[in-house]
Design a protein around this ligand. Structure first.
Ligand SMILES: [Zn+2]
Ligand SMILES: [Zn+2]
Length: 332
């Protein structure tokens, strides 16, 4: 931590609104972003993502635009500070972008053609390549929150990209395990795990020559689907066209199958977990997509209760094998 400097009582305008603190007990980072609380009341029918709006003057394929209410700050500080042994924080430097999927306000991700979704994937690949040049960026997360139940506030089909100045908590834990395993076994933990899921078969939702989708042995939610390339790939832009097309098809089909199971357009989170950036050992990471819905049965959602929020130990009402078999039935 040689670049760290002592942080006294000095508070810049940016720091008072956004900062990232570290829990010294768990190693977990928490992003504070007071600016996000202040969102404008928009006119009822105004959509900032429809073409012709100030944000999207003209739609061409998929469009990346800066998030107007970012959790991380493109002008933010990149330094780490400490104001006590246990009070460690860093500036909120980072980038948050919106990816507008289509000009069609009422469409959904699953309504889009393979070519249209390819353009979205392309935006994620371009963003990763572009942002990774910046040494202060350690992780890029492309994701989509769809539906009210996962907090989406805009209807217009869109996803987001967060570029973090640190490796987010869950990814750091995965990365540590992968590195430790590699040191001991001299092979990729994920590649080996995929083989084990293939042998067991019961949690597989779908597979082709390129990819495999399953509800993992340790799923947190009833329907928690992980999609891995069978080849060891660190970043989406290293995927072949054929692998990318397989991802598009499997992800689309998984969401359609979930809608079928719950007989409605379910809310879901889709995220791409790729390798950390500008970090030693990043070629050890094996990328995957994660799709989960908080929907646990037709009537109710899985809400996080005291056990989950106070201990981060999840209670899941359905075994992954059951969820996988239900999904398998619906996959065409
Ligand atoms: Zn719109
Ligand atoms: Zn691997």
């Amino acid at each position: 931590m040689s670049e760290d400097i002592k942080y006294g009582n000095r508070r810049s305008k940016t720091m008072s609104h956004r900062e990232i603190r570290k829990n010294p007990f768990t190693g977990e980072y928490i992003i504070y972003s007071e600016a996000r609380q202040v969102r404008p009341n928009r006119k009822k029918d105004f959509c900032p993502l429809c073409s012709g709006s100030p944000e999207v003057p003209e739609f061409r394929e998929s469009v990346r635009i800066p998030n107007k209410f970012p959790a991380l700050d493109a002008e933010g500080d990149t330094r780490k500070f400490s104001s006590g042994k246990f009070q460690i924080k860093m500036g909120s430097y980072g980038k948050c972008e919106i990816v507008v999927y289509t000009d069609n306000h009422n469409a959904k991700f699953i309504d889009l053609s393979t070519e249209e979704i390819f353009q979205i994937f392309n935006s994620w690949m371009e963003a990763t390549k572009e942002l990774s040049i910046d040494n202060n960026i350690k992780y890029i997360l492309p994701f989509e929150n769809y539906g009210e139940d996962v907090g989406a506030t805009l209807i217009h089909p869109h996803g987001q990209i967060y570029a973090f100045p640190m490796i987010p908590n869950m990814i750091q834990k995965e990365f540590d395990s992968i590195k430790k395993y590699r040191e001991k076994e001299k092979s990729c933990m994920v590649c080996n795990y995929i083989v084990e899921e293939q042998e067991k078969e019961e949690r597989i939702v779908f597979q082709d020559n390129n990819l495999i989708a399953f509800v993992p042995y340790f799923a947190r939610y009833a329907y928690d689907v992980f999609v891995y390339p069978k080849r060891h790939v660190n970043f989406l832009h290293q995927c072949t066209k054929s692998e990318t097309n397989s991802f598009i098809s499997i992800i689309k089909q998984t969401i359609i199958s979930l809608n079928d199971i719950f007989e409605k357009n379910i809310s879901y989170s889709l995220s791409l977990h790729q390798s950390p950036l500008n970090t030693q050992g990043s070629n050890m990471f094996h990328l995957y997509f994660k799709i989960h819905t908080p929907q646990r049965n037709i009537k109710s959602l899985k809400l996080l209760g005291a056990v989950e929020t106070s201990t981060m130990t999840y209670i899941n009402g359905m075994l992954p094998e059951t969820a996988a078999s239900r999904l398998r039935e619906k996959m065409s």
